[in-house]
Design a protein around this ligand. Structure first.
Ligand code: FES
Length: 621
């Protein structure tokens, strides 16, 4: 039995396996926001030839079913089939790599830690060769040479001692010893090479970014980015925890992420002619679940009350334990977590933003599937996470997609004719709408009076852009030959819920410390989404607080920036640990105040328009 993909591969199909699973097992990935449960409707394929058992048609429209579209995860071939995979169902990585400004970071680093202090140090030792008269053991001989340099507390592992005799003799007793900052010996070589490298890794729920850095001078050698392959098992953290715990898939998830990192590293290593053994340190940054999965730790307790992670402050384990394909003895430093829902990526972000160094009160927001917020200054810091849902990444939105080619990323709606003009990533035919496009569209619809404060579309405007679709009222953003791109009332509700969660999180955190918004001097917006966000529009819908535009700063992927800083500096690692221990975590899911704030924020821009003075009077009633 075979599955033939139109203009693509032919894959052997196993009886009883869904098209989605067969494709996935053969390296063809489909968008699967629900992890293959048949509820998100994102894995649509067209069944051109052959017969198949269709277990559910989930979110498919009547018209789509007539056109022979099926959910790949709920369709099981009953013989040879020919399918077409539409563009929007394919999982594709965008071509933009979120390179932080490493030059600026390096300058900053040089100012506070001029020597650069990666986790690995090197020392040249000249040992007296053994003789009949001096029959001291190899290890004791090495310790003696170290003692002469004032180092008396070196720790030696079994693996190190196994390799030691050969290395000492091979180098004629004139050796370069590599050791960690905690004084654990990790390797011996004949010479201390001028160059050695480190790897900074940001494991995002959606994307993985790797920096390869020259640890001798701090320069960025190369970088790579890919989708987190764990997405095969679900888009969000909770679906993956369920897969790890109830589906027995912990090893699948671990292998997926470790392979992603290794697959990113391999071409960089080859292209830059780097000896794998010379990559002798690594730093991992990610949310609490991502780092636990990276290390193969069962994430079950993260999801169960009282929501406790297995580790907040990770021991420094070795690359061999992590299965990273670099020097197996390389220490792997993991950014400390604050708690189950505020992880090392946020600690890295706060570190990179430098907000913990200044007396002015700043707000840090990392906007993704989860909205993580931190507020504070050099004296105190509070943090919380609010679940925004994956709508800004395209899930749960009728024509939602990530900000890749074909995504509507900006929308302008004529105030009298309601005709939209669209900005599309890659200037091509639109195939869906991404987060920034949704925010734009909703703010424009609101501004023009096409939707009311509750996000309901008005039907009495005399425009055919507003119509009733299979899921209820919708606004037609684009009329296509094959399909129209619409924003439904249900989509608008989803976005309103997400923005309300973020705004309520900020309000509750500030209230908890007895401060009001005007005390906030700076707002740092991190995360991939931040790169495309239009502040005015986000304020218009009540997602961001109504503060002067100049207070907002987009700081990109701060998780990788923080990892980079910690890769190169012991002081940065200490400061990151201090940030993690200093942050007071607030669990919003059990906060009564949060629910009240959330309910008030379920309007455009807010029930209390007084909180949005710049929006007041702008929109048509
Ligand atoms: S409906 Fe198939 S992956 Fe969600």
């Amino acid at each position: 039995m075979e599955i033939r993909i139109l203009n693509g591969k032919t894959i052997a199909a196993e009886a009883g396996k869904s098209i989605y699973k067969t494709l996935k097992d053969n390296g063809v990935y489909l968008v699967s926001s629900c992890g293959g449960k048949g509820v998100c409707g994102k894995c649509r394929v067209k069944l051109i030839e052959g017969s198949a058992r269709i277990e559910s048609t989930g979110k498919l429209l009547k018209k789509e079913i007539e056109e022979k579209f099926a959910l790949a995860c709920k369709t099981i071939p009953e013989g040879d089939v020919l399918i077409e995979v539409p563009e929007e169902s394919k999982l594709i990585i965008g071509d933009k790599i979120a390179l932080s400004k490493t030059k600026d970071l390096l300058e900053y680093l040089r100012a506070i830690d001029p020597a650069l202090t990666p986790t690995v140090r090197k020392i040249v030792l000249k040992l007296t060769p053994p003789s009949i008269q001096d029959n001291t053991g190899d290890l004791e001989r090495l310790k003696r040479a170290l003692g002469e340099k004032g180092i008396h507390d070196m720790v030696f592992s079994h693996a190190f001692i196994l390799a030691m005799p050969k290395a000492l003799r091979g180098a004629a007793w004139d050796v370069c010893l590599s050791y960690t900052e905690k004084h654990e010996a990790i390797g011996l070589s004949a010479v201390c090479k001028a160059h050695h490298y480190g790897v900074a890794v940001d494991i995002g729920t959606t994307t993985v970014v790797v920096y390869v850095v020259n640890c001798a001078d701090g320069t960025l050698v190369d970088a790579g980015m890919t989708y987190n392959s764990q997405m095969r098992y679900g888009d969000d953290v909770i679906t993956r925890i369920v897969y790890a715990t109830e589906g027995g898939g912990l090893q699948d998830l671990r292998n997926a992420i470790v392979n992603d990192v290794n697959d990113l590293l391999a071409p960089i290593i080859e292209k830059n002619g780097i000896d794998v053994e010379d990559i002798d340190s690594a730093v991992i940054s990610g949310n609490t679940t991502m780092t636990q999965l990276f290390w193969g730790l069962d994430p079950a307790s993260i999801r169960e009350e009282p929501y406790i992670p297995t580790v907040n402050n990770y021991p420094v384990w070795r690359a061999g334990t992590a299965r990273l394909k670099i020097n197996s003895q390389a220490p792997v430093y993991t950014m400390s977590n604050v708690g189950s829902y505020v992880g090392g990526d946020i600690v890295a972000g706060v570190l990179a933003s430098k907000m913990y160094k200044n007396p002015e009160v700043a707000l840090f927001m990392d906007i993704g599937t989860n909205g993580e917020i931190a507020v504070g200054n050099n004296d105190w810091m509070m943090t919380a996470a609010c679940s925004m849902g994956p709508c800004f990444e395209g899930s749960g939105i009728r024509h939602g997609m990530r900000a890749t080619e074909g995504a509507v990323e900006s929308v302008k709606i004529d105030l009298s004719s309601f005709e939209p003009s669209l900005g599309v990533v890659g200037n091509t035919t639109p195939s869906g709408i991404c987060g920034s496009g949704m925010i734009d569209a909703i703010s424009e619809l609101f501004l023009s009076g096409a939707i009311d404060q509750k996000g309901k579309l008005r039907r009495d405007l005399g425009t055919d852009r507003i119509r009733t679709g299979e899921e209820g009222p919708e606004f037609v953003l684009y009329r296509g030959e094959r399909k129209d791109i619409v924003l439904t009332e249900v989509d608008i509700e989803n976005v309103i819920r997400a923005k309300a969660a973020l705004y309520a999180g900020v309000s509750v955190l500030l209230k908890e410390v007895g401060l009001s918004l005007d005390i906030v001097e700076r707002i740092y917006i991190a995360g991939g989404f931040g790169n495309y966000l239009n502040v005015d529009k986000a304020i218009m819908i009540g997602m961001l607080p109504d503060l002067p535009k100049e207070k907002f700063a987009f700081i990109g992927n701060t998780s990788i920036a923080g990892a980079y800083l910690c890769l190169l500096s012991g002081q940065m690692r200490r400061e990151a640990e201090e940030i993690a221990s200093k942050m007071t975590y607030m669990e919003l899911s059990v906060s009564r105040g949060f629910m009240d704030e959330y309910m008030s924020a379920l309007f455009l821009p807010h029930t209390d328009i007084g909180l949005f003075p710049s929006v007041k009077g702008l929109y048509k009633k």
